[in-house]
Design a protein around this ligand. Sequence first.
Ligand SMILES: *Cc1c(COP(=O)(O)O)cnc(C)c1O
Length: 478
Amino acid sequence: MPEKLIFELPDGEENSYFCKVDGNPQDYISPQFIRNTPPLIPNVGESGVVRHFINLSTLNYHVDKNLYPLGSCTMKYNPKVNETIASDPSFTQLHPDQPTSSAQGAMRIMGELQQMLGELTGFTAVSLQPVAGAHSELTGILMFRKYHQNQGIPRSKILVPDSAHGTNPASGALAGYTIVKVKSNDQGTIDPEAVEKLMDEDSAGIMITNPNTLGLYEPKLPEICRIIHHQGGLVYMDGANLNALLGMVKPGELGVDILHFNLHKTFSTPHGGGGPGGGGVAVTEQLKSYLPVPVIYRDDFEWKFNYELKNSIGPVHSYFGNFQVMLKAYCYILRLGLNGLKRVAEQAIINANYIRTQLEGIYHLPYSRVCMHEVVFSGDIQKKRGVKTLDLAKSLLDQGYHAPTIYFPLIVSEALMIEPTETESTESLDGFIQAMKKLDELSQHNPEILTASPHKTPVGRLDEVKAARELKVRFNEQ
Ligand SMILES: *Cc1c(COP(=O)(O)O)cnc(C)c1O
C-alpha cells in the first residue's frame, strides 16, 4: 500500500470534471474500506488475455461457429454492424436521467421503432418497455386485467392452447388468472369450436401463438378472435414466431388485440445464456391508454415522455426498456426495408420446409404438412432402437452442431423442434441434414455410441439435475 496516493489526470477542457487527489487515502476513505493486501490482478500480457478468451469461446457452441437449430428461439446470425452501431459512445454514454431535450436522437430511435413495428404488424400503438417475451406477456395480460376491471366485470380465467410455450400459462397465472387449457386438433392447430365451448363471460380471453409452437400457421385465427370478442374477451398473440410473418401477415388485421415482440429473436440481437433481451407490446386503439408509462410521443417540436396515461398499468421496468436491443432492431429494420423483411419470412419458411422434406420418413413427422419457420419431428422411430431424443441431441454435439429444442412442444412425444432460421445457406442446411441422417444410421447399427454421447466435447454426458443444482463455473474444475 503506497503511503501517499497521487491520482492525477491530464488537465484540459474535456477532463475538467476529473478531480485531483493529493494526500493519504485515509484522508478520503473510511478505514473499513481500505484494503491491507494488494488486489489479486492476473499479471498477463495482451496475447495471453486474447488467447484465453478465444479458447474459452470455442469450448462453447455459438452461432458464429455453425448452424444453431434451437427451435422456438430463432438463433439466427446477427449482423455485426448492429453491434458496432450499438456500442457507439454517442449511445452508450447517454444517461436515462438526462433531460430528454438533450437525447432527442435516442428518443427518435425509440419513437420511430415503435411506429415501424406498429405499421409492420397492423397496430395503433407500441410500448418497448418490457425486456423479454415473457415480460411482454405479463405486461399484456395485466392490461387485459385492468381493461376488464374498468368495465366493472373482472374475469377469473384465461384460455391457453396445450401447444403453448410454458411462459404463456405462467404469465396468465402470475396476472391472477386460472388457466383453461385448449386442446389442439389432430392437425396440430386450434379449432374455433373448441374455443367456443370454453369461452364464457368469466374468461378474459385467449393467449395464442401464431405460427404455433409446432411451426404451423393457425388458419382459423380470425374466427377464434370473433368468438372471443363476442363474449367481451380479448386476444393476446404470442409473437415469438414473428420472423415467419414479417411483411406478409399483419396480426392486427386478423383481430388480435395485443401482440408481443421478441426483439432479440425476430429483429436480431445475439441472445441466450441469459441476456440481453428486448420485448414490446403492440396494441389496438381500444387498449392504447392501458400501456405501461412512460409512453413516448412527438409534439410539433420534439420527442417527449408522457407519464400520465389515463388507464396505464404503470411502469413494468426501470426507465424505458433495453435501449441497445432497440437500437439493433432499428438498424436491422432500416437496413432490410419492407422487402428485405418479407424475404426474411420467406427464407425462414423455405429453410424449415427444406429440412422437413429431407428428413421426413427418416424421422417421424407427426403433423405432416407444410410448415412455417420451424419443423417438429418425433424421435419415436429411433427410440424403438433404444436411442432417446436426449441421446440424439447429445450426439449432434459430436457432429459439430448445437442440438435442436427437445421434448417441447409437450404434445409431441420425443420431440425434436428444429428452427434453421433464415440466415442459413443451402450448404449449411445440407450439412445439418447429413448429420441427422448419420445419427439415424448410427441408431440402427451402433446405438451404444449415441447413448454414451457426447464424446468430443470438453465434458461428456452430465448428470443434468446435479449440474443444475451444483453449479461449477470455474474453468478446469472437474
Ligand atoms: C421465446 C418464446 C417465449 C418467451 O420469450 P422470452 O423472450 O424468452 O421471454 C414465449 N413464447 C414463445 C413461443 C417463445 O418462443
